[in-house]
Design a protein around this ligand. Structure first.
Ligand code: AVI
Length: 307
């Protein structure tokens, strides 16, 4: 067993997932330093269409989106990362205040420092917090004309129930929504996007085991596991798993489990919607869609919604 570096709560969460009858690890543990870099690489892959397709929708419909959103907003960027997506929209959206939110505060502060020099007239308030558990915006965030920006179809990594609760927690802060959602399409396109020829997504998925070794002092041997990803029609979602290549035992701080060859640990869901099913989800959370923009192939959609 290795040293554990996670908090007691993180270790307890990992322990509960690994001991559950259907073993699972939360997808948030995909993102350590290496995991974030591998995700950036995924976004460059020819098979991974969401990033490119969403960017093409912003490029084609930016001026209309800007008219719908309106000038002078308080733009709250959820999971901002390097802030590049939102920053590319500043010349169109003209926000009065920009509020990037990300779990990794250090990373965020560096990005915001650079943005301040490029856009000195926009007030910037960086928030380092985990917004996936419901959150309340501090008083430093203007109340006027709040717009939550949630691109990249990250909403798809929640179950629909979790997504509705999350959107309701946004709504309780008051504001409009500009959100990207990935659409249902030919399952071969979907499968390839999550199991690319170079094996970058496989590395991204398997890296969760290295991260869990670090956090919970586990002794996963990555070479004993393989990446599995496929579209599940029943739930309309891509499922990612890691599958044992042989019979093995894993130990971690506070537990152990034997896995037989072929047994899996579920690591991520990525839900795919239709325009209608996503508008219904927004409605359940108390939002009414005002506009939807898609690409020619209808592979991805950006929604603007109001309460
Ligand atoms: C971050 N999220 C929207 C990605 C997705 O497509 O669900 C994460 C990802 N998982 C595998 N590839 C990319």
């Amino acid at each position: 067993m290795h040293m554990s570096h996670g908090s007691a709560a993180v270790i307890a969460e990992i322990n509960a997932g690994l001991l559950a009858p259907a073993a699972h690890i939360s997808p948030k543990f995909l993102y350590d330093g290496l995991g974030s870099k591998l995700f950036e690489a995924i976004c460059e892959l020819p098979e991974y269409y969401p990033t490119r397709t969403e960017a093409s929708i912003f490029a084609a419909h930016g001026p209309e989106m800007a008219r719908v959103v309106g000038d002078g907003s308080t733009l709250i960027d959820l999971g901002a990362g390097n802030c590049a997506k939102a920053a590319s929209l500043f010349p169109l959206l003209h926000p009065a205040q920009y509020v990037p939110v990300d779990i990794s505060r250090e990373f965020l502060l560096g990005a915001v420092e650079q943005l301040r020099q490029r856009f000195p007239h926009i007030e910037m308030t960086a928030l380092g917090l985990d917004f996936s558990s419901s959150f309340t915006l501090p008083d430093s965030v203007r109340k006027a004309h709040r717009v939550f920006f949630y691109p990249g179809s990250s909403i798809g990594n929640f179950t629909p129930e979790q997504a509705v609760n999350f959107l309701r927690s946004l709504r309780s802060n008051g504001g409009d929504l500009l959100i990207g959602a990935d659409l249902i399409k030919d399952h071969e396109v979907l499968d390839a996007a999550y199991d690319d020829a170079l094996g970058v997504t496989a590395a991204f998925n398997l890296n969760i085991l290295r991260h869990v070794n670090h956090l919970a002092g586990a002794d996963f041997e990555v070479a004993q596991w393989k990446h599995i990803a496929y579209f599940d029609f029943e739930h309309s979602r891509i499922e990612m798993h890691v599958e044992a290549r042989c019979d093995l035992t894993v130990r971690w701080q506070g537990g152990e489990r034997r896995f037989e060859r072929g047994q899996r640990i579920h690591t991520e869901n990525s839900y795919k919607y239709t325009r209608q099913s996503f508008a219904t989800l927004l409605e359940r959370a108390g939002f009414a869609t005002t506009h939807t923009w898609t690409d020619d192939e209808q592979w991805f959609a950006v929604f603007h919604a109001r309460t």
